[in-house]
Design a protein around this ligand. Structure first.
Ligand code: MOS
Length: 747
């Protein structure tokens, strides 16, 4: 940390994206744009049209005879692969992702044939000619009416326990003078990264290079090697630029495996992209939930009992559940507590992590319920939260590394002008519009994962770092450049960061908001190690003016090494001592501070809405988020992350929902016309404020995760604003006008 006291401050500056120019000039090469060494073939896959059953017969004759077609792969001729999901203990991103490997249909959209052709158009046309007959089986595709069949599954994201219990919830709830018992619903959602899932596969001498759009390079390599049953060191994953992930690209999807299978079959490189419509089944989604919140409080608002029970849709073939009650486990003090996660295995496409898995949807329910309690108590919702601030983590029973929820709420109330709010719902009107404001608290666990990094300093004074970290649009290239530049005392122009290649040192990639902290800390340590090597070389070099100096007393400002009145230009020393350049490695892993302390990032979200009294139309007027996420590495990229998260929250509250056809198990609104992401006209003025305070227990940089923080609580603040405007509480998200309309007052 002492190094950062130096005048050379780059971390924390709003440095422009170092890859910005490449992106706006179209020179950032995304997966599908990678040009293989020889002309590629193109793949397109045909999808099952039933939810469950098996293939009775499949006829590829017509497809094979179609113009430009090179080959068609089905389960009948696909090479042997490790069965899907094996080995069970490998973790869901590293297991086999076998595809076209049996006649079983697991979900509507399951690939049944891969067509390889000279052009994309030829492959797509021929895929439509594959004729399949099925033996359908009975399928269950929605939660509704089946909650009693839900099971306990030890498959929560992050390895969290499905259940927790402290004190005696039932008794405390029975005795509480004020109670809330409310059940909320959140829908199926799809991530819809701007760049569709795509892969380019190139085989050379039995080795596979796979260009992918993937958040975690190392587990993709493991998954591909496992699936194809080849040694891991025969697989190289390259993923330098990624057009969004949000969790849908944490794991390897079918297109990557099919590209590899196809390229081997036709002995040519293969390009394969999923269409937007295919992604609704062959990229994962967020499963619908039902969430029951029960709160018991004293008349003064202090919680005595808090319970959060959740039920979530899950794919039968892919165990996964969100830790939906996670925010309830750590937000508020209450002696008696209960959380419970159940999943319902359905014949649906895989569900998986979606931005802030757990907190994003859990906070919709918890923070709505807190608002309902505030109404029942006739207490200001901010005051209610202040009165329930815990001293230690109420479930882990550990001290918080740092906790700044209260300052976020207070600062937010000031900035937002919370005082001006109408205390009673429906109390503020402008013509035909009802105006309301809402607040919600934000919490999200802060993680650190093991990571390695390598940095090389050339004799010309230019540093190049390599790590298999990815940049999914978040700004990894930029913050890593800042970390290396500041630590080595170099201008940012003299640092190059190379990412997204499995040949580079391993990191956890982009996920869980741990990317910047983990990869950044490893790089920071590598830079410090490199500096130390250079200083020691100077002290040991008879040709250096620093010869014989105490290494601990040598200062390095990037351009110059000095000790007392002795100094030497770094480039001179490097040219003499390391004409080939010098390299160092660094690594990080979570230490005691991640065992001994409960670590979270925090925030407070505010929203103002206008609701048309006659139509139920909801217009967001403004949003404010105040966030505490440790040291802010780059306020420009951080602001974009937080703002993007808040916009995710708008979608969750008001627009996003994928509908399943109960007869066929197909998502029906599977494009961006029918799946309603918030667009510019839906997004109001958004203000993002950040408390910039290092958390020394988080990692050597003092930063905390924020990529998923902005979504947490954002939707609830909007829902609470809708209630404040109208007096109508819609508990079934998204709050569309059809749900609101019957409850609106007559004006
Ligand atoms: Mo995140 S849902 O771990 O990409």
């Amino acid at each position: 940390m002492a190094d950062r006291a130096a005048a050379h401050r780059i971390i924390g500056q709003p440095v422009d994206r170092v890859d910005g120019r490449l992106k706006v000039t179209g020179r950032a090469t995304y997966a599908y744009e990678q040009e293989p060494p020889s002309p590629p073939a193109f793949g397109f896959f045909a999808e099952a049209t039933i939810a469950k059953g098996r293939i009775a017969s499949i006829d590829t004759t017509e497809a094979e005879a179609a113009p430009g077609v090179l080959h068609v792969i089905t389960h009948r001729n696909a090479p042997d692969q490790k069965p899907f999901g094996e080995p069970e203990d490998a973790g869901r991103f590293s297991q086999s992702k076998a595809v076209l490997s049996s006649d079983r249909i697991r979900f509507h959209g399951d690939p049944v044939a891969l067509v390889l052709a000279e052009t994309f158009e030829a492959a797509r046309a021929a895929a439509g000619l594959v004729a399949v007959e099925y033996v359908p089986e009975e399928a269950t595709v929605t939660l509704e009416g089946h909650l009693d069949d839900a099971i306990k599954c030890d498959c929560l994201d992050g390895g969290e326990a499905p259940d927790s219990a402290h004190g005696d919830f039932e008794e405390a709830y029975r005795q509480a003078p004020v109670t809330i018992d409310a059940t909320y619903g959140t829908p199926n959602q799809h991530h819809n990264a701007m760049e569709p899932h795509a892969a380019v596969a190139v085989w050379q001498d039995g080795r596979l290079t796979l260009y992918m759009s993937i958040q975690i390079v190392s587990s993709a390599r493991e998954a591909i090697a496992t699936t194809l049953q080849i040694p891991e060191n025969h697989v190289r994953i390259v993923s330098p630029f990624i057009g969004g992930g949000f969790g849908s690209k944490l794991g390897t999807q079918a297109e990557a495996v099919m590209a590899a299978l196809g390229a081997r079959a036709v002995d040519r490189p293969v390009k394969l992209a999923q269409s937007r419509r295919q992604m609704f089944a062959n990229a994962p989604h967020r499963g619908a939930t039902v969430q029951r919140l029960r709160l018991g409080a004293e008349q003064d608002g202090r919680l005595t009992a808090i319970a959060h029970e959740t039920w979530q849709a899950m794919a039968q073939h892919y165990p996964f559940a969100e830790p939906t009650a996670s925010p309830t486990r750590a937000s508020y003090a209450a002696a008696n507590r209960l959380t419970r996660h159940r999943v319902l295995p359905l014949t649906i496409p895989a569900t998986d992590s979606m931005r802030a898995p757990g907190e994003a949807i859990g906070s919709l329910a918890l923070e709505s319920a807190m608002d309902e309690l505030a109404v029942a108590l006739d207490l200001d919702p901010i005051e209610l939260r202040l009165r329930n601030e815990p001293e230690i983590d109420p479930e882990k029973q550990k001290p918080f590394a740092s906790r700044r929820l209260v300052p976020c709420l207070r600062q937010g109330a000031d900035r937002f002008g919370w005082d001006a709010r109408a205390r009673r719902p429906g109390g503020r009107r402008e013509g035909g519009w009802l105006i309301g404001t809402g607040v919600a608290a934000t919490i999200r666990p802060n993680f650190l994962q093991a990571a390695d990094a390598k940095i090389r300093l050339g004799a010309n004074g230019h540093a190049v770092a390599q790590l298999d970290m990815t940049d999914i649009g978040t700004g990894s290239y930029t913050v890593l450049t800042q970390i290396a530049a500041e630590t080595l005392g170099l201008p940012v122009e003299q640092v190059t960061i190379e990412l997204g290649d499995s040949d580079f040192p391993q990191t956890p990639g982009s996920g869980g908001s741990f990317g910047a902290a983990s990869a950044g800390s490893a790089l920071y340590e590598a830079c410090r190690a490199l500096k130390q090597k250079v200083i020691e070389a100077a002290c040991a070099d008879p040709g250096s003016p620093l010869h014989g100096a105490d290494a601990d007393a040598v200062e390095w400002d990037g351009a110059k090494l000095s000790s007392g009145d002795r100094s030497e230009e770094a480039t001179r020393l490097l040219a003499r001592a390391f004409p080939e350049g010098i390299e160092a490695e660094g690594s990080i892993e979570p230490g005691e501070d991640h065992d001994d302390y409960a670590q979270y990032s925090y925030g407070a979200q505010f929203a103002e809405v206008a609701v048309r009294a006659d139509s139920g139309e909801i217009r967001l007027r403004r949003m404010l988020g105040v966030f505490s996420a440790g040291r802010i590495l780059n306020p420009k990229t951080a602001r974009s992350q937080l703002m993007g998260g808040m916009i995710f929250g708008i979608g969750a509250a008001l627009t996003e929902e994928t509908m399943l056809d109960p007869r066929y198990g197909a998502f029906v609104n599977r494009d961006l016309a029918e799946y309603h992401l918030p667009v510019n006209a839906d997004v109001p003025a958004i203000e993002v404020a950040m408390m910039d305070e290092p958390d020394e227990k988080s990692n050597p940089l003092g930063s905390k995760g924020l990529g998923e923080l902005g979504v947490c609580g954002a939707g609830a603040a909007i829902a609470n604003a809708v209630f404040n405007a109208t007096g109508a509480r819609v508990r079934d998200f998204p709050i569309t006008l059809d749900k609101l309309l019957p409850h609106l007052p007559d004006l």
